[in-house]
Design a protein around this ligand. Structure first.
Ligand SMILES: C[S@@+](CC[C@H](N)C(=O)[O-])C[C@H]1O[C@@H](n2cnc3c(N)ncnc32)[C@H](O)[C@@H]1O
Length: 265
């Protein structure tokens, strides 16, 4: 029997070539990009060009290519070869790929020292003339769109992301919300295999992010995506609005009071 990861990879490998031609994919990414710009202070105070960004589940790079002109560097990770190939074709089509400030690698990210992640970060750093950095390269901002619902353990991924951040670094992750039983219809029945959860739950994810040790934790509804859902369980085919959440947190430069008290209890 195939694992959820294998099922996902098979699906995304097959969909990669046509991913960007789906208007709903583009619309949801554009809305996520606006939400990130509104919620990450560096985009408001003019310092976003200092940001080294990590993107989890970058896919073909729809969000990555919107963000890249506004930040210093962006490394995307994804588990699907097809998605990474599509991303790389878009980099190769840039007027001067050797100067691109973004790259993608096929990685199931479990630790910040991951060789492929570190290699991609080092390559981008050397392109901008930096050398002699002590590994690991860590990040100022981690983004992700429509990927958390594919990841088996949320506590594990948030713990990994926390370790990938510099002190003061932030997460800004968007995904559709599990707002009730109708959320399951976000995916057509044929695509539900391999989905770990039918959207993310506000309270649950807020508690996990807080428990990981992040500060300034907020999980908020930021937009909705109207899309067609198929007829199912006696309900006709129809258009439905799916709410999306942004998950925010900061790895503080200082240890939290609550963590300090846990240590001394
Ligand atoms: C729904 S697609 C979204 C792609 C892209 N973020 C976008 O919005 O166009 C989910 C992506 O997450 C990737 N993915 C699934 N599980 C993953 C994991 N554990 N780590 C990294 N990427 C993963 C899939 O290969 C796929 O490219």
């Amino acid at each position: 029997m195939s694992s959820a990861l294998e099922i996902n990879n098979e699906r995304f490998n097959a969909e990669a070539a046509k991913w960007d031609s789906n208007k709903k994919h583009v619309e949801s990414v554009e809305k996520a990009f606006e939400a990130i710009k509104q919620h990450v202070p560096a985009f408001g105070d003019g310092s976003s060009k200092n940001l080294d960004v990590l993107e989890i589940g970058c896919g073909t790079g729809l969000l990555s290519f919107l963000l890249a002109p506004h930040v210093r560097s962006l490394v995307g990770v994804d588990t699907s070869d097809g998605m990474i190939d599509a991303f790389n074709s878009k980099v190769a089509a840039l007027s001067d790929p050797s100067k691109a400030n973004l790259a993608a690698v096929k990685v199931l990210l479990e630790e910040p020292n991951d060789v492929a992640l570190q290699g991609a970060s080092a390559a981008l750093a050397s392109r901008r003339g930096e050398s002699g950095h002590n590994a690991p390269y860590n990040f100022d901002l981690i983004v992700s769109h429509l990927t958390l619902h594919h990841i088996p353990s949320l506590p594990d991924i948030f713990s990994t992301l926390f370790k990938c951040l510099k002190a003061g670094g932030r997460i800004a992750l968007t995904d559709y919300e599990d707002y009730g039983p109708e959320a399951i219809t976000f995916h057509a029945e044929a695509k539900r295999n391999g989905v770990q959860r039918h959207g993310i739950k506000k309270d649950e994810v807020e508690m996990i992010i807080d428990g990981t040790g992040f500060n300034e934790v907020r999980v908020e509804r930021v937009f909705s995506l109207r899309k067609e859902v198929a007829a199912e369980n006696g309900q006709p085919a129809q258009e439905r609005d799916f709410p999306f959440l942004i998950c925010l947190g900061q790895r503080s430069a200082r240890r939290r009071e609550s963590d300090a008290s846990k240590v001394f209890q």
